[in-house]
Design a protein around this ligand. Structure first.
Ligand SMILES: *Cc1c(COP(=O)(O)O)cnc(C)c1O
Length: 382
């Protein structure tokens, strides 16, 4: 183990070990099996959808979800610019073109009025808009109360990228349950992990059946190998599903730890001028990552100076996602911008947020921040 204090390391222990060993000993090692079926049922129950399909990654899930709502080559797909590249890549896999839309300056989630304008503009130009892909940034849901009617009116399906948001809710509904279909990720740094994996969640059982079919090389029911169309090797394995089931049992406890940590950061930064936490007033977020935004005019220091200070003390931080419209891979893509995502990228910083952080590690992080603030402001903030 490295001595570095990481942003969001996997949080696994005896329960995961027991589930994995039980799955191994059951003989259901691969590919599918009872743990996968149970994990799908348990995730669907948790999110609040009729069903779920386990896949090898969140990215694979996004790809199949986009195909599931009928996205096809030549379409445009509206994507939140402030996201991990997987969201945009999945759009490209379908042959559609992503069009990036800017975010709300406080939450970093897709700007709903701007999206409404963009949809009107794209329609007036005669584009076929295959889907809107909102991203529940850092584990806080998009304002679906506002977004759903906008997309319904435009006749465009929503594919919810809830990769970061398992366990979060909006208006009493679970992240992943909004729009036609949602996608979760169980990558190693997410709120729960299967080391690598994802899940498609939806009420649309036909869409789920099709996704399941495509995820297994579109193999037909036959004794021999029969294929009528091009499929993918995207299914989640039974062993990894067993790991996921153990993690899911601990989800609420792990979210509780992340929230506690966020509350401690909030307290520490409350008296510091020019510092806010992204989306911190959302009590229904899963607190996957806690990120701050610095207004250097008011604080007198830059986010990257705090990052350097923490790095010297073995504490990992990271800038907020670099927006897709700034990525060289998407230099040719169209976008609809206000500058909000640019500002979050320039002045944001993600702090260690994992549920596996020990009290001594948290002490190191908070102490190092305190030290930085005392040095910059001339007085301790705590
Ligand atoms: C992690 C993540 C994904 C991709 O998930 P993988 O399981 O790593 O493929 C997609 N979208 C967002 C917003 C993510 O954070």
């Amino acid at each position: 183990m490295s001595q570095m204090i990481h942003l969001s390391a996997p949080d696994v222990g005896p329960l995961e070990e027991a589930y994995l060993i039980a799955a191994l000993r059951s003989g259901w090692v691969a590919p599918v099996g009872p743990d996968l079926e149970a994990f799908e049922r348990e995730i669907a129950a948790r999110v609040g959808t009729r069903g779920a399909v386990g896949v090898s990654s969140g990215t694979a899930g996004l790809h199949l979800a986009l195909l599931g709502v009928g996205v096809r080559p030549g379409d445009v797909v509206v994507v939140s610019t402030l996201t991990f590249v997987a969201t945009a890549n999945a759009v490209r896999y379908t042959g559609a073109r992503p069009v990036f839309v800017d975010c709300d300056p406080q939450t970093g989630n897709l700007d709903v009025p701007l999206t409404a304008d963009l949809l009107r503009h794209l329609r007036a130009r005669g584009e076929r808009v295959g889907a809107v892909v909102p991203v529940d940034l850092f584990g806080a849901c998009v304002d679906y109360t506002a977004l759903e009617p906008v997309c319904a009116e435009a006749g465009v399906p929503i594919v919810e990228d809830a990769a970061e948001a398992l366990g979060a809710t909006h208006a009493g509904r679970g992240a992943g349950s909004f729009g036609q279909v949602g996608v979760l990720s169980f990558n190693g740094n997410k709120v729960i992990t299967t080391s690598g994996g994802g899940m498609i969640v939806s009420d649309d059982t036909a869409l789920l059946a099709r996704a399941r079919h495509l995820s297994t090389q579109a193999r037909e029911q036959a004794r021999h190998y029969e294929h009528r169309e091009t499929g993918y090797n995207y299914r989640l394995s039974n062993l990894l599903a067993a790991l996921g089931r153990a993690q899911l049992r601990r989800l609420d406890g792990m979210i509780g730890r992340r929230r506690q940590l966020r509350d401690r950061y909030a307290k520490l930064f409350a008296p510091v001028p020019g510092v806010t936490l992204i989306g911190a007033d959302d009590a229904a977020a899963n607190c996957w990552l806690t990120s701050l935004v610095v207004d250097p005019e008011r604080s007198g220091w830059q986010a990257r100076e705090l990052a350097d200070h923490l790095a010297e003390r073995g504490v990992e931080t990271r800038p907020v996602w670099k927006p897709m419209h700034l990525q060289p891979a998407y230099a040719d893509a169209e976008s609809c911008l206000t500058g909000a995502a640019d500002r979050l990228f320039a002045h944001g910083l993600t702090l260690p947020s994992g549920s596996a952080l020990t009290e001594p590690q948290i002490g190191v992080v908070l102490g190092a921040i305190d030290e930085f603030l005392a040095d910059r402001t001339g007085s301790a903030a705590r």
